[in-house]
Design a protein around this ligand. Structure first.
Ligand code: ZN
Length: 430
C-alpha cells in the first residue's frame, strides 16, 4: 500500500467515524419510507436518492424505465406486482477517465416486501424504525436499506473529501428486486457497467459470491363442485392437491441431496415452498379449483430450464398415480420472478478486495458462501458480465419476517469496509 493510499484510507474512515449518528439517522429515515415493491413510495425513494446524489455533486442518471418494452423483452426476468411507473437511478463519481482505474458499482435495491401481520411489529409498527438494543427494527432494515445507507455514505465520504479515485465509483439504486429484478435489468439495459460490483445484501458481513436461483410457479388443481352435504358426488381440489404437495416435498429432498460447495452450510439450500394457496369460495361446497403459487430453488450452475422440467415431471407423475388427476392433470405455469442462479469466479479480484477491507476494519472471521435466495447478483454476472459479490450488514434469516432488524454496529462496519473496497478497487490518481 502506498503512503497516499494509507492517508486516504485513514481520512475516509475518520470521516465515517465522525458521522456515525447521521448514518444511523439516514437508515431510520429511509426505513420510514414504506417502499413496498410496486407502490408509489418505491419511486418516491428513488427520486429522493437521485436528489441526494446530485447534492453530493455526482453525475446522476435518473430515468423513467420504459416499462412496456422492458417487460416484453425475451430475457426479462419477470415481475409479480403491477407498476404504472418505474425509475432508475445511478450516481457516478467520475474517476480520472484515463482508463487506469477500475470502476466499482455499489448496487442496492430500494424496494421491500410487505410487512405481513401488523400485530407482530409492536407499537412502532413495521416502518417505525425503532432502535432497541443496538438494532434498528422494521421492514427493510436488513433487506436492504442498511446496505443502501452504507453505499450512500461510501459515495458521500468519497465525494465530500474529494478522494482522487482513479476509476469511477457508481451507486445504482434499483426498484423491483424483490419481485424479479426489474430495476437492475433496466440499469443494465441502459448500458451501465462496471469492472466489479458489490451488492450489500445482508450477509452478516460474510462474503457471498454466488446465489441460488428461484423460479416462481403456479399450480392449478381442478376438482368438481358439489354441495358439501353430498360431497361424494364431487371431487375436492384440496384433497387432490395433497399427493401433489407430497410429490413436491419428495422432489425437494432429492434436489438437496447433493449440494454445491458454496451451499453446504445450508440445511436446505434449494427449497420448494408454496407461499399462497387458494381454494373454494363457499364453506359448504366441494372446492372445484385450487391454485398454489410457489418458488422452486435452482442450484448454482443449474440451467433453470432443467429445474422447471424436474418440477413439471414430478407433478405429472403424481397425477398419473391418481384416477381423477390422470384425466384432469394439474397444470404448471411459470410466472413472476424468474431468478436464474449466478456465480462469480472465486479467483475474481473483488473477492480478495472485500476480504482485505473487512479484515482491516473488523476481527470477525469472514466466511464465504452462496445465498439460498435469488438476487440481482445473477443479472450482474449473467447479463452484465460483471464480477459481483454480496457483502453487507444484517442477518438474511430475518429478511421478510416479522422481526426484521439490523445491528447498528454491522451497518457501521460494512460502511467502513465498503469505503476501503472503493479506495482499493478504484485506485488513486497520480
Ligand atoms: Zn434484498
Amino acid at each position: 500500500m502506498t503512503s497516499t493510499e494509507t492517508v486516504w484510507r485513514d481520512r475516509v474512515l475518520g470521516y465515517l467515524d465522525e458521522h456515525h449518528s447521521e448514518i444511523v439517522a439516514d437508515l431510520v429515515d429511509l426505513v420510514r419510507i414504506p417502499s413496498i415493491s410496486g407502490t408509489d413510495e418505491e419511486n418516491e425513494i428513488q427520486h429522493q436518492l437521485a436528489g441526494r446524489l446530485s447534492e453530493l455533486g455526482l453525475e446522476v442518471d435518473s430515468w423513467e424505465i420504459p416499462l412496456a418494452e422492458t417487460l416484453a423483452a425475451e430475457d426479462f426476468p419477470g415481475v409479480e406486482v403491477e407498476r404504472t411507473e418505474g425509475w432508475g437511478t445511478v450516481g457516478r463519481l467520475p474517476g480520472d477517465g484515463d482508463g487506469r482505474g477500475r470502476s466499482l458499482m455499489l448496487n442496492a435495491h430500494v424496494d421491500v416486501v410487505p410487512p405481513g401481520d401488523l400485530g407482530t411489529w409492536g407499537e412502532a409498527g413495521p416502518f417505525g424504525a425503532a432502535i432497541r438494543g443496538g438494532d434498528v427494527h422494521g421492514r427493510g432494515t436488513c433487506d436492504m436499506k442498511a446496505g443502501l445507507v452504507a453505499s450512500l455514505w461510501v459515495v458521500k465520504a468519497c465525494a465530500d473529501l474529494g478522494v482522487p479515485l482513479a476509476g469511477d465509483l457508481l451507486l445504482g439504486t434499483v426498484i423491483g428486486e424483490e419481485d424479479g429484478g426489474l430495476g437492475t435489468y433496466a440499469l443494465l439495459q441502459r448500458g451501465w457497467r462496471a469492472d466489479a460490483c458489490v451488492i450489500p445484501e445482508p450477509t452478516s458481513l460474510d462474503l457471498a459470491p454466488g446465489t441460488s436461483g428461484a423460479l416462481t410457479f403456479r399450480l392449478t388443481v381442478t376438482g368438481l363442485a358439489a354441495h358439501a352435504s353430498r360431497r361424494l358426488s364431487g371431487v375436492s381440489a384440496i384433497e387432490k392437491f395433497v399427493p401433489v404437495f407430497a410429490a413436491l416435498r419428495r422432489l425437494e429432498a432429492t434436489r438437496n441431496e447433493v449440494k454445491h460447495p458454496l451451499l453446504r452450510g445450508w440445511e436446505l439450500p434449494l427449497p420448494i415452498e408454496l407461499g399462497i394457496i387458494r381454494a373454494g369460495e363457499w364453506a359448504s361446497s366441494v372446492p372445484d379449483v385450487l391454485t398454489a403459487d410457489g418458488r422452486l430453488g435452482v442450484a448454482i450452475g443449474e440451467d433453470p430450464a432443467d429445474a422447471r422440467r424436474a418440477l413439471t415431471a414430478a407433478v405429472a407423475e403424481a397425477c398419473e398415480d391418481d384416477p381423477w388427476l390422470s384425466s384432469h392433470p394439474v397444470t404448471v405455469e411459470w410466472w413472476g420472478g424468474q431468478f436464474a442462479p449466478g456465480l462469480t469466479d472465486p479467483d475474481a479480484d473483488i473477492l480478495d478486495v472485500v476480504r482485505r477491507a473487512q479484515g482491516a476494519v473488523s476481527d470477525r472471521p469472514q466466511a464465504t458462501w452462496g445465498t439460498p435466495y435469488g438476487s440481482d447478483l445473477r443479472l450482474m454476472t449473467n447479463l452484465g458480465g460483471i464480477p459481483t459479490v454480496h457483502y453487507g450488514p444484517g442477518d438474511a434469516s430475518l429478511a421478510h419476517g416479522p422481526y426484521e432488524s439490523v445491528p447498528v454496529d454491522e451497518l457501521l462496519t460494512a460502511t467502513r469496509a465498503l469505503a476501503l473496497v472503493a479506495v482499493e478497487h478504484c485506485g488513486l490518481r497520480g
